[in-house]
Design a protein around this ligand. Sequence first.
Ligand SMILES: NC(=O)c1ccc[n+]([C@@H]2O[C@H](COP(=O)([O-])OP(=O)(O)OC[C@H]3O[C@@H](n4cnc5c(N)ncnc54)[C@H](OP(=O)(O)O)[C@@H]3O)[C@@H](O)[C@H]2O)c1
Length: 187
Amino acid sequence: MRTQYYTAASLDGFIATADDSLEWLFPLGDVNETSYPQFIQEVGALAMGSATYEWMLRHVIKPDSDAPGQWPYDQPAWVFSHRELPGIPGADIRFVQGDVRPVHDQMRAAANGRNVWLVGGGGLVGQFYDAGLLDDILVQVGSVTLGSGKPLLPRQITSPSLRLVSVRQFGPGFAELRYEVPPLTKA
Ligand SMILES: NC(=O)c1ccc[n+]([C@@H]2O[C@H](COP(=O)([O-])OP(=O)(O)OC[C@H]3O[C@@H](n4cnc5c(N)ncnc54)[C@H](OP(=O)(O)O)[C@@H]3O)[C@@H](O)[C@H]2O)c1
């Protein structure tokens, strides 16, 4: 069981533009031709911050449309927010706030041996890192630069550094980098 930050980022380290656009991401490749289908099979619980959840609401669910979209995850999901956010009918979503450690305990229990996926954003993943709970970082580095935006991981992790465990290419659009977060860094 690993706690993994799996995401896509621009070459210059942003996971979204400052106004939460992902328009740059989708032309880069088909998600089904990346490692995602295999990755998601091994996920037992997932967590995201409110900006990511609200992006899903706006772009995937569209609750006010005639034919609202479906929540794409079978696994239980934890959404971090200090605000009251709308749920999604039929989706197993638990709204939480504050310390990530008790939430991680709940996620591990629910994951039942499978991995915990930290969807993002970077600030929330940073809180798991600060608590020593982040095991791996799996980044699909997209062949674009954004210049500014929402950061991949706003933390300084230098000594010891992350451990690069694999590099894979997915077409001209993505280089996938997999890192382990060393135990010493996690303390
Ligand atoms: N490129 C990709 O593959 C990828 C992956 C994931 C996300 N994204 C995108 O990247 C952007 C991420 O946005 P973001 O960096 O702003 O991050 P985010 O983690 O989605 O949202 C941050 C917000 O979550 C809430 N929050 C965070 N930690 C909390 C805690 N411990 N307790 C309670 N609330 C907490 C806070 O808002 P409130 O308290 O005000 O609710 C905070 O402002 C989104 O646009 C998303 O769609 C891209």
